[in-house]
Design a protein around this ligand. Sequence first.
Ligand SMILES: [Zn+2]
Length: 293
Amino acid sequence: MADRAEAQLRAEIVEVGRRLYARGYTASNDGNISVRLDGGRLLMTPKSVCKGFMAVEMMCITDLDGKKIAGDRDPSSEMQMHLEVYRQRPEVNAVVHAHPPIATGFAVAGIPLDRAVLAEVVTTLGSVPIAEYATPSTKELPEAVRKYVKAHDGMLLANHGALTMGGDLFGAYYKMETIEHFAKISLVARLLGGERLLSRDEVTRLEGLRGKYGIASPAPICADPAASLAPLIGDAIDCQIVQSPVSTTGERLVPGSTDGAAGQGVRGPVDGEIRLTYSELTALIEDAVRNLR
Ligand SMILES: [Zn+2]
């Protein structure tokens, strides 16, 4: 029976790899996929193969420390990142890493996908933060991921790609699809003048749907930017920080974007620009120069 289960999982990894490559989420040999087997073992993609053309016998088996137990090929060089997820999240059974171009564009630009924009994204993923840049295949990468992995099922990796996890292989894979789709929609909305964000009350309502639809989420949403400062103090973030403005008019959609990081509270929600006349500006500069002396 165990062999049948393993054969099924090998076939699923091949299929997930085929889809990642077919959708352009990976190029060349990018990306990696892993799944838990019984007995504290992991089945994962080997290094240096194109994920679009894998065969079931290519996979390798490691223990939870990454030591190879079986397989002709060596495990992926980014395996450490997967191991970190399995260590921190006992309920996670599968991990997918890829470089989907639009989500990765956000990761390269340093822009997290954390705005309350789409109901299904708020309900399922909450927010998609960016783990700090780390050299791929080094120890730095699992360290960067560690901060976000307890509270998020998906994250961007700065100047690198994206990482998702789930209860099974397709669960983890579909989250990668959701992130890339969300990134695409966010990009288009920004080209068209910016997202209209869901209000904080609406986000609270959407979070309530998680229970109703049995959506398992590793952490609650902290829609209040002030509350989001608290979890930043520790070394691990323990809630999903979603940017959603308070609606003063009771509207569910609030025009304008929350420019700047959540919790900074420096810029206005609609327009951070301050307009000064020439003489006001001159007076300000003169005042600043006087203070310098
Ligand atoms: Zn990568």
